[in-house]
Design a binder for this molecule. Structure first.
Ligand SMILES: *[C@@H]1O[C@H](CO)[C@@H](O)[C@H](O)[C@H]1NC(C)=O
Ligand SMILES: *[C@@H]1O[C@H](CO)[C@@H](O)[C@H](O)[C@H]1NC(C)=O
Ligand SMILES: *[C@@H]1O[C@H](CO)[C@@H](O)[C@H](O)[C@H]1NC(C)=O
Ligand SMILES: *[C@@H]1O[C@H](CO)[C@@H](O)[C@H](O)[C@H]1NC(C)=O
Length: 497
């Protein structure tokens, strides 16, 4: 009885701690409590511990929790932690815990069909990073690991530019054989590729995680700190942690597991600051600021970089563009656009960044022009104009096509929508939205394009509508946001546990 009481006190104490330090806590928990509970055969304490640890799973600790669960034969926790690591592999592979895995553990993880990665490149990068972490000891494991990287599924460009150039591969014949196999796969006509009989051509089949839409800040009617999420399955809005400070007209994107809110307007100043949201922890932190103040900018992720495009610094519209790398934690300028664009919308299709419409402070005109950025040549060039001028359009990407929804030309707010097809360099009209909207948020998920809030020229809207390209129809979602908001940023994130 006494021991039970003692453990309960420790447990309650640690539960308080969890509010201040999430990373350390599960370990204290495991080191102290779980072995004690096992030893004393207090199965219900053990159960509570395991359930609690499950609720603490995070990309930075899931492999540690998995190892402990293994050690103490907590089967359920083990499989939960393992599944979590597979589902969050893109973030897990960046962490210390991954670097500390044994060869056999890395092999078992990267050979899993259930690994969730945006592209197979991530698996290749993870493997190279693991080897380089302790190159002398691990170099000899390269061929063993390469066996599990599905090289044929990488793009031809990536194979040639990155994989072929990687010294670790160049210097070993067994590794080269895997590369040759991948090249062969690409050279064969599509209907003959099945002749290459190997596990490496089988696409991974991850269990997709439920997603929610996160709506960050905005004007309602002034700059606000509020952040709310929409659960698509439950048709429900709920509040999450507020922004550290008021922010509207920011650029909002999702990158490497976190949501970035870049620049914007805080109610009195255009800012260069960047807030970052970790959904697992429901917590905002900051990263280095941009070099320029920017509100009504466009923000998008291309490769490993977050681009901040154009915007308004408080006195002029900007043509400048800067990019942030989460690896170096730095902002650097890239080539500027040909036009100053505030209230610009951006999107990424097939390795190119597009800047759509906006407002050119110099000629005082809303723009119908569109520019394309090639990160390899670091150059901007014009592509086909839209059919109309659109400033503050909602820009998003669905199935390789770039949508421009609503926006305005002077006082006229639009409900029309047009779509750009990069291969044919043409815009075409699709069905109008239900409402006129400018300065709305946009995101795409499950083959649908969502347009969130905005204003119709007199009111800030709380409604959200989505476009289904299969039916060419816009529909309102059943439940509105708690507030009308324009100039909010929107992104899609994993549903928190
Ligand atoms: C490549 O690596 C394997 C496994 O470590 C080793 O047996 C083989 O000798 C290496 N080959 C070359 C050419 O270095
Ligand atoms: C809506 O937001 C705009 C800024 O986008 C603000 O100027 C206006 O006062 C708001 N309108 C209402 C009715 O809240
Ligand atoms: C906006 O940011 C500036 C500079 O950081 C700060 O001095 C000011 O208090 C902020 N305004 C609001 C309304 O938060
Ligand atoms: C959502 O807002 C729109 C107008 O913005 C309104 O027509 C609709 O009735 C609202 N829906 C609900 C469920 O309140």
């Amino acid at each position: 009885g006494n021991q039970y009481f003692y453990i309960l006190v420790v447990f309650l104490f640690l539960q308080q701690c969890s509010l201040c330090d999430h990373t350390l806590y599960p370990y204290i928990m495991l080191e102290v409590l779980l072995p004690a509970a096992s030893l004393l055969q207090l199965m219900d304490v053990r159960q509570v511990c395991c359930e609690f640890l499950q609720s603490q799973l995070h990309p930075t600790n899931c492999l540690g929790i998995r190892a402990f669960a293994d050690l103490h034969t907590c089967t359920q926790l083990f499989s939960q932690a393992h599944g979590y690591a597979e589902q969050h592999f893109s973030e897990v592979m960046l962490g210390e815990e991954f670097m500390g895995l044994s060869l056999q553990q890395v092999c078992s993880l990267i050979s899993s069909d259930k690994l969730t990665v945006s592209t197979e490149e991530k698996v290749f990068e993870a493997m190279v990073a693991w080897i380089k972490h302790d190159k002398e000891a691990r170099l000899e494991h390269m061929p063993k690991l390469m066996e599990h990287v599905r090289l044929p599924l990488l793009s031809r460009d990536y194979l040639v530019q990155i994989v072929e150039e990687e010294a670790l591969i160049k210097n070993n014949n067994t590794c080269k054989d895997f590369l040759i196999e991948a090249m062969k796969y690409h050279l064969l006509p599509a209907d003959q590729r099945h002749l290459i009989k190997t596990d490496r051509t089988r696409p991974r089949t991850p269990i997709s995680l439920p997603k929610v839409m996160i709506v960050v800040g905005g004007q309602a009617p002034k700059a606000i700190r509020s952040v709310e999420c929409y659960d698509f399955q439950e048709d429900r809005w709920y509040q999450v942690a507020d922004l550290p400070s008021r922010r509207c007209r920011a650029g909002v994107v999702f990158m490497a597991g976190r949501v970035y809110a870049v620049g914007g307007f805080n109610g009195s100043l255009r800012v260069r600051t960047v807030d970052v949201y970790d959904g697992g922890r429901d917590q905002w932190t900051t990263v280095p600021s941009m070099q320029e103040r920017r509100s009504t900018l466009g923000a998008a992720v291309l490769g490993d970089l977050l681009y901040a495009v154009g915007g308004f610094d408080g006195s002029t519209g900007l043509s400048s563009v800067e990019a942030y790398s989460y690896k170096t934690n730095e902002w650097t300028f890239v080539a500027p656009m040909n036009t100053r664009r505030s209230s610009v919308g951006v999107g990424v299709v097939d390795g190119k960044l597009y800047a759509v419409g906006g407002y050119d402070g110099a000629s005082r005109q809303c723009l119908s022009t569109v520019e394309e950025y090639n990160p390899v040549s670091n150059q901007w060039g014009y592509v086909a104009d839209m059919s109309t001028r659109r400033s503050g359009a909602g820009v998003g990407v669905l199935s390789g096509q770039l949508y421009a929804a609503g926006g305005h030309d002077g006082p006229l707010v639009r409900k029309s929508v047009e779509v750009y097809d990069p291969p044919s360099n043409t815009w075409r009209q699709v069905c109008d939205m239900n409402m006129c909207r400018r300065n709305a948020g946009v995101c795409a998920i499950n083959g649908l394009l969502y347009v969130i809030g905005g204003d119709d020229g007199s009111c800030n809207l709380s409604s959200v509508e989505y476009y289904n390209p299969a039916t060419d129809k816009w529909s309102l979602i059943p439940t509105n946001m708690s507030n009308g908001r324009s100039y909010a940023g929107v992104s899609v994130i994993d549903k928190p546990l």
